[in-house]
Design a protein around this ligand. Structure first.
Ligand code: COA
Length: 338
């Protein structure tokens, strides 16, 4: 038994912020941003929050899977930008979805509706931009060991609240949003995962805790903003991602020609092109939507997956590789059959 994607969903903020707008509020230009990254616009949360977007994406994924919240045994949320440290985002999503399901019970048009709360086990996973791949892998492991059957996996970020809007070299790269999948237990097809971490390189992409005025121990003041050595991150990604994908395929005796699509973390189109080249694969196999959303970290792969799924791109039996990379440093890949 292993995981299988039963449904997908997404929820992104309404507010679209394009590069031209950014060039009116900071010293940048559409030419600089789009030529170096491929990003043209991103969504920025105004009324939305990490929890509301996560719940919205989860509802859409459940609808697409034809399941209700009571069918879910576990909720995993990958995020580096939760609304609160405690409770975890996954717990809050469970509460929202339960409340909405309960309201159906009191709906006058559905007076006989019965309701029993979902008690799915909930936890958050922080592996930065690899978070969704890590969460999918945890879900797959729980299904493989036979403990759970249906797991909701959500990737969500409100990065606009943790980037430094006075640092043009980072803030223009990121965006907000959420994507989700329902993973069910299945004997069909393939679902394999491979994860890697190098904690010694954590400093190249970080976001420290904010100074909290602790009167007992005065810590060095921390900014609480995303800080990044862009060129080091670029070098790491273009080396580690193709290595990891090749390792996963070799482990499972699958050849690259048998892969229909590679869905990579959407950070920079130059990274995606470089990975495609190093794998010896055509860019046609690498769907891209970072021009519309920027880098949404843990949300980028499930948002892309949902867009591709809803556009009818995938056929039953297609083999997909999903791969994420980012802070930690973390990286990993999932091989699955649609
Ligand atoms: N607009 C205009 N100029 C900017 C700018 C902006 N938004 N941000 C930085 N610059 C300037 C810098 O001040 C610097 O100017 P200087 O040379 O006068 O000091 C110059 O542009 C740096 O440009 P360049 O050397 O061409 O940068 P780069 O090629 O390294 O590109 C990134 C920068 C961030 C786009 C690139 O390193 C990158 O994409 N790295 C990967 C980052 C990433 O994807 N992280 C997330 C992974 S999960």
């Amino acid at each position: 038994m292993h995981g299988k994607i039963m449904g997908t969903g997404r929820c992104v903020p309404d507010k679209v912020v394009d590069n031209d707008y950014l060039s009116t509020v900071m010293d940048t230009s559409d030419e600089w941003i789009s030529s170096r990254t491929g990003i043209r616009e991103r969504r920025i949360a105004t009324t939305e929050s990490t929890v509301t977007m996560a719940a919205g994406a989860a509802e859409n994924a459940l609808l697409s899977a034809g399941l209700g919240i009571r069918d879910v045994d576990m909720i995993l949320v990958a995020t580096a930008s939760p609304d609160n440290f405690v409770p975890g985002t996954a717990c809050e999503v469970q509460a929202i979805l339960n409340k909405e399901a309960e309201e159906v019970k009191t709906d006058p048009e559905n007076p006989s509706g019965t309701y029993e709360a979902c008690h799915a086990v909930c936890m958050d996973i922080n592996a930065a931009c690899s978070g969704f791949i890590y969460a999918l892998s945890v879900a797959n492991a729980f299904i493989q060991c036979g403990q759970y059957r249906n797991i909701l996996v959500i990737g969500v970020e409100t990065l606009s609240k943790i980037v430094d809007w006075s640092d043009r070299s980072t803030c223009v790269l990121f965006g907000d949003g959420a994507g989700a999948v329902v993973i069910g237990a299945s004997e069909d097809g393939i679902f394999r995962h491979l994860l890697h971490t190098d904690g010694s390189m954590g400093h190249v992409l970080s976001c420290h805790c904010r100074d909290n005025n602790n009167p007992v121990v005065r810590n060095e003041v921390q900014t609480g903003y995303v800080q990044m050595d862009g060129q080091e991150v670029f070098k790491f990604a273009v080396k580690r991602v193709p290595e990891c994908i090749s390792e996963l395929l070799e482990q499972n005796h699958i050849e690259k020609k048998d892969i229909n699509y590679y869905l990579l973390h959407q950070a920079n189109v130059k990274i995606i092109k470089s990975v495609a080249k190093r794998l010896g694969e055509e860019m046609e196999k690498f769907p891209v939507n970072l021009d519309k959303y920027g880098n949404t970290s843990a949300a980028s792969i499930p948002i892309l997956l949902d867009e591709c799924n809803r556009s009818g791109m995938f056929k039953k039996g297609d083999k997909l590789v999903l791969s994420g990379f980012g802070g930690g440093l973390t990286w990993g890949a999932v091989l699955l059959e649609w």
